[in-house]
Design a binder for this molecule. Structure first.
Ligand SMILES: [Zn+2]
Length: 310
């Protein structure tokens, strides 16, 4: 993966394997707060819907050419999810699918839609991840490479645009944040900003430092989103309900505070457990729940960016 320079943060993207792996946690339990989420659709405008309960959030936009989806939910829910998405926006097939990043809660419809000839757009780093086996400490087993037909067939590096369903859609890379291949998709007419894993409104997010995510980059990516949004923008996170720019600002301030505290502990020579024991996210737990996973991953994510004795 290429090292990405963002907003003055250090750029060394080399990963280190030091430290004990987190105990394997079932993928879903990291963020799915609701026990058995039910598929549901919420209208956001003419031929525009948010589909929830099928893994991560899915945005669907209908047009005469078919539908455009931002993310495709999880594999197990894909068939039902696609059916509901098509019904909600009055489309018969999916023309374009965005992968906001490589995680299974976003890429579960790649294979069926790839087989139907859909255009699958992703950042180049996401495309590359999906071509190889991925080993991460938050999943009990490695994720195998996607078959060719399920891999993104259009990738980009910085930003791009496309016209679809009467919208001048813009999309862009968010650097190394939740992973190293995160993208946003912005629909100016509807004023909807889909953020992928860089934003969560359903508890602490997974910070996937082993595929290039890091907490400093998460702050930088949220700064970028704050510039794209205005006070009436509906911000669609990867998980949880739609939020406003004000909510995002508060989230950004929280991540920056945690980042700042963890860097101070790292330069003092603390390890992940000591850093966690100092309670760097304690006051946020009332709203966000147990922060342990997030703090440990955030601390480990600093290793590729800060050398304590530098
Ligand atoms: Zn994710």
């Amino acid at each position: 993966m290429t090292a990405i320079s963002r907003r003055g943060f250090l750029q060394n993207a080399a990963f280190t394997s030091a430290g004990a792996a987190l105990a394997a946690t079932p993928f879903e339990s990291l963020w799915a707060r609701e026990a058995a989420p039910k598929l549901a659709s919420q209208s956001l405008g003419p031929q525009l819907s948010l589909i929830t309960g099928g893994g991560g959030n899915v945005l669907a936009l209908g047009s005469a050419e078919g539908a455009l989806l931002v993310d495709g939910g999880a594999r197990a829910q894909s068939a039902a999810l696609l059916k509901l998405a098509m019904k909600s926006v009055g489309a018969r097939k999916v023309h374009t699918l965005f992968n906001t990043h490589w995680h299974p809660d976003q890429t579960g419809s790649n294979e069926p839609l790839g087989r139907q000839g859909a255009r699958i757009i992703a950042h180049e780093n996401t495309r590359l991840w999906l071509t190889r086996k991925i080993v991460v400490d938050w999943a009990a087993k490695p994720f195998p490479a996607f078959p060719k037909v399920a891999q993104p067939n259009k990738s980009f590096y910085t930003t791009d645009k496309l016209e679809f369903g009467g919208e001048q859609i813009s999309y862009g890379h968010l650097g190394q944040a939740h992973t190293d291949g995160d993208l946003y998709v912005y629909l100016p007419k509807a004023n909807v900003l889909v953020t992928g894993g860089v934003v969560s409104s359903a508890g602490w997010p997974l910070l996937d430092w082993q595929t290039g995510g890091w907490i400093g980059g998460l702050v930088g990516a949220q700064d970028r989103l704050l510039k794209l949004a205005n006070d009436s923008t509906r911000i669609v996170p990867a998980n949880g309900p739609i939020i406003t720019r004000k909510d995002l600002q508060a989230q950004r301030a929280m991540y920056f505070e945690i980042y700042d505290r963890l860097v101070k502990q790292l330069v003092k020579g603390m390890g992940p457990d000591e850093a966690w024991a100092s309670g760097p996210a304690k006051e946020y737990e009332v709203q966000w729940g147990d922060s342990r996973q997030f703090v440990l991953a955030s601390f480990r994510s600093l290793w590729g960016h800060y050398a304590p004795d530098a």
